[in-house]
Design a protein around this ligand. Structure first.
Ligand code: PHE
Length: 444
């Protein structure tokens, strides 16, 4: 079997790297605050439906595209279609990836800052109000935020400089299980706090009247973001997959792991929010004020704080690595390999640093790029890919599962094709039209 360039050394490596990309700040920072702002249980149920309806088919789609084309998001559509007609989709992916990196590195910078503070004991002893004031004064210092934002950029660039294989695999293998374990311990501690049951009710009690079109839109966007689909990330990893890899199993594993971490984050945050008297609809700062408060209640508070923020930082890094990998691999292909991988890493690092600084300096840019990415660009990318595979380049049976035939496997392909041709595109279009206010006009 031909050895693909920068290939992963094992199948487990691909699962871990893709899961490492999926599991990140989207699960631990974004999921709780978006759930808090959009009605708790009502949001959760719509989110889970989106994961099944969009997540699984789209993950498989991206993997298959990458695996067949053996190219990154930039070259894959041209390679498979033999025309330039789908190039807009490649550019959509690449622009999205840069926009995500701009604000993602800012929040990874917040993690860096809290890791440092956990080590120094800076927030020890603060009460709920104190935590809030502390967060606000920390993030309002632009020079400090730029400093802590540059650290993860340099680390990510460092990992890419030394290649996919050694960097990503080694990191993911050890730390993902550790993160899950740490979160389980935290959830256990939080559930022992007085008043925590109200948080569980907030998260799991479904009030159907709260399911509005906006909630559906936010849930769909969050699903794309959290699973890293719609930006060609998994196309790039699919290109590194060993040929014998089972795309369906890999996708399922990534989805289960990602959803588990998000729900677990909710089980830590919401009971604590109610126990400490915070507001669940606090917004982006929610996790950064609640988690330090929780960590102070743990036994071995200092050690728990340091360990948790270290793991969060690494979870964020495995996501930034995947994002920067898309940008680097694409830049190499855009330049027709006139730029070496190392040169591409340097150029991407410079661009991303500028974007990160811009997002630190302008809150509008920070919130705006987040919104633009999750509400418009990622759904658009996903729509394009489902149409591409659904109508243009139908998936063959052997693309999905390499060996053997069982009744289940035989049935999988038609279901997947139907969902890529009809369900996914129509659902995304409806969500878009609703966002544009078309249905409001109809409702009068
Ligand atoms: N899925 C990542 C997270 O949840 C973010 C991400 C999006 C990473 C798109 C890569 C591509 O944090």
């Amino acid at each position: 079997m031909e050895q693909k360039k920068h290939g992963f050394s094992s199948k487990v490596g691909v699962v871990l790297a893709a899961a490492g990309s999926a599991v990140g700040l989207g699960n631990i920072w974004k999921f709780p605050y978006v759930t808090g702002e959009n009605g708790g249980g009502a949001f959760l149920i719509v989110y889970l439906i989106c994961v099944l309806m969009f997540g699984l088919p789209l993950l498989m789609t991206e993997f298959v595209i990458g695996k067949k084309a053996g190219k990154s998001a930039y070259g894959a559509f041209r390679e498979l279609s033999g025309t330039n007609r789908w190039q807009w989709l490649s550019w959509c992916c690449i622009i999205t990836v840069y926009l995500i990196m701009g604000f993602y590195f800012v929040v990874t910078g917040w993690c860096t800052n809290y890791l440092y503070e956990a080590i120094m004991g800076s927030y020890a002893g603060l009460d709920a109000d104190g935590m809030m004031a502390h967060f606000q004064s920390t993030v309002s210092s632009a020079p400090r935020m730029i400093g802590v934002g540059i650290i993860p950029i340099l680390l990510t660039a460092g990992v890419l400089w030394f290649g996919v294989n050694e960097g990503i695999e080694r990191l993911s293998k050890v730390l993902m299980p550790l993160l899950l374990l740490m979160m389980l311990l935290m959830a256990g501690r939080v559930l022992m706090l007085d008043g925590s049951s109200e948080g569980m009710r907030f998260m799991f009690q479904i009030d159907f009247s709260k399911i509005t079109p906006e909630v559906v839109m936010m849930a769909a966007g969050q699903c794309f973001f959290s699973l890293s689909v719609g930006v060609g990330m998994l196309i790039t990893y699919g290109a590194y997959m060993p040929n014998s890899q089972n795309v369906t199993m890999t996708s399922l594993q990534v989805i289960v792991l990602d959803t588990m971490v998000a729900v677990l984050a909710g089980i830590i945050i919401f009971p604590a929010v109610f126990a400490f008297g915070f507001n669940p609809a606090e917004g982006p700062e929610l996790v950064f004020v609640v988690l330090p408060a929780v960590l102070q209640k743990m036994s071995f508070a200092w050690l728990s704080g340091v360990l948790f923020f270290l793991l969060l930082f690494v979870a964020a890094l495995t996501s930034t690595i995947s994002l920067m990998e898309v940008a680097v691999a694409s830049l190499c292909e855009v330049s027709r390999h006139r730029l070496s991988r190392h040169q591409s890493v340097l150029i991407v690092t410079a661009i991303v640093t500028v974007l990160m600084v811009a997002c630190v300096l302008s809150e509008t840019l920070f919130a705006g790029s987040d919104m633009l990415v999750t509400q418009i660009l990622m759904p658009l990318g996903a729509l394009g890919m489902s149409l591409f595979v659904g109508w243009y380049m139908p998936i063959k049976k052997k693309d999905l599962m390499p060996q053997g035939q069982t009744p289940l496997k035989r049935r999988l392909r038609p279901v997947l094709m139907f969902s890529l041709r009809w369900i996914v595109p129509i659902a995304i279009l409806l969500i878009f039209l609703n966002g544009l206010g078309v249905f409001d006009a109809v409702r009068g």
